[in-house]
Design a protein around this ligand. Structure first.
Ligand code: ZN
Length: 226
């Protein structure tokens, strides 16, 4: 096994798990990291049954995973519910991997504009009391919250996986590169924009965009096209 294939990164499957399964069977990586947007019609473990035991499976969530209660449930209450990388650093195949799920939402925080709410507690505190018990809608759960994002900066990691893109992409956000720099990250892998590309940020952080249903290795080399 090539050292560079010990972790594979899978771009937005949108219901198509075949390329991930094929790549995991072919390359036998220690771990596969899924970059969000699954459109799950069944629990995640059912989509990946063929590679359970072949490799470790880790994930972050994309915006589509909050679209309906069933898509949400099939991910967050799946057998892989404890493989969520969001807002923490997890050691995977000898590397420290940090995760950031979700997207920037105008109603919460859309950088470079200042955040509308400092965090979930701030938002919930300002909701009408009759809606407080309902909790937060899935839309708000899909947001990147400023206080959680800032707290992540205190941690150290080798790799940052995000659904949103950093400033290397025309639709990306500069703050993600700033987060990576604060964490000492060397490589960012992201999904969401359905494009395979490699780029380098000004502070020499390597960025790899992974297209929908594509799989790349640690070098950002695409192992399977969509
Ligand atoms: Zn997306």
């Amino acid at each position: 096994m090539s050292r560079h294939n010990r972790i594979l990164f899978a771009g937005d499957p949108h219901g198509n798990f075949k390329p991930i399964i094929a790549a995991a069977q072919k390359y036998q990586p220690e771990a596969v990291i899924l970059l969000g947007d699954y459109d799950l019609e069944m629990p995640l473990e059912d989509c990946l049954a063929e590679i359970i035991g072949v490799t470790d499976i880790w994930w972050i969530a994309g915006n589509h995973d909050f679209e309906t209660p069933s898509k949400y449930h099939n991910l967050f209450n799946s057998a892989f519910s404890d493989k969520d990388l969001h807002l923490k650093v997890t050691e995977i195949a000898g590397l420290r991997v940090a995760g950031l799920s979700g997207i920037f939402l105008g109603r919460v925080w859309y950088p470079p504009q200042p955040p509308k709410w400092s965090g979930k507690q701030h938002y919930l505190h300002h909701q009408p009391s009759n809606s407080k018990n309902v909790g937060m809608s899935l839309k708000y759960k899909s947001a990147i919250w400023h206080d959680e994002f800032e707290a992540l900066k205190a941690l150290k990691a080798d790799i940052l996986v995000t659904h949103e893109a950093p400033g290397s992409h025309r639709h990306g956000f500069k703050v993600i590169g700033e987060l990576a720099a604060a964490m000492g990250v060397k490589h960012i892998f992201h999904g969401h924009l359905h494009e395979n590309y490699a780029s380098t940020l000004r502070n020499n952080i390597k960025v790899c965009g992974v297209a929908n249903s594509a799989v790349t290795n640690l070098l950002g080399y695409a192992l399977s096209e969509k």
